[in-house]
Ligand binder design. Sequence first.
Ligand code: PLP
Length: 219
Amino acid sequence: MIKENVQKILQEIPEDVLLVAAVKSRSTYEIKEVVDAGVKIIGENYLQETEKLFPCIERIVKWHYIGSIQKNKIKKIVKIFDMIETVDSVDVLREIDKRAKNAGKIMPVLIEVNSGKEEQKSGVYPEQVKQLLDAAAPFKNVLIQGLMTMGPFMADPEKLRPYFKLTKEIFDRLKTRETENVQMKYLSMGMSDSYKIAIQERANFVRIGKLIFWPRHYR
Ligand SMILES: *Cc1c(COP(=O)(O)O)cnc(C)c1O
C-alpha cells in the first residue's frame, strides 16, 4: 500500500515539486518501503528516531529536519541533516552557524513562518522574517534557501489558501534582496490534506505523512 500511495502522489505532483515524506513515528520497515518506492527526501521531527533510522538508509535520500528545535540538539541535527526547515530565531541560526562551522559544513535552512500568527505555534511572524534575514548576514555557515509554513489547523483545507498566499508573497519579496547566504529557492507548504492547494499557490516542497501511510485517507 505504501508503495502505491507514494507512486500515486509522485505521479500527481508537478515535476518541479519535491515530495518530503514526513515519517515521524513510523517503523524502519515502513520507511524503507517509502524509500524503495522512490521518495528522495525524508522529513523527520525527532532526532532520536533519525539516529536509529539513519544507519539503515544513510544518504540514499536527503534528510530534512521538520521538528521543533531544541538548542542542545543542534550539534547532532547539523551533522545528520541536509536541511533544517524549522528555523525561527536568531539564537537558533547562531547556534547552527557555530556547529556547521565546526563540522566544516554550510547548513541549508528554511525559515519557518507562523503565517497564522498563532501564539502557541513556532515560526516567525510574517512581518519579522525580513528582520531575521538581516540578522543572519554574519552567519557564513548557514545558507537560507527559503520559507516553510504550516498554517493554522483548518478542517477545510481551502481555508489555508490565504496563509499559503501570504507566505508566497513574503518569499517573492525576499527574492529581490538575496545575498550570499540568502537564496530564496524553496517554499515548503502543504501536508496530506492541503498539498494540492499549496502547489496551486506555488509550493515546491510538500510534506506528506498520513497520505503515504494511511490507506483510507487516500482520496
Ligand atoms: C507530520 C508533519 C507533516 C505531515 O502531516 P500529514 O498530515 O501526516 O501529511 C508535515 N509537516 C510537519 C512539520 C509535520 O510534523
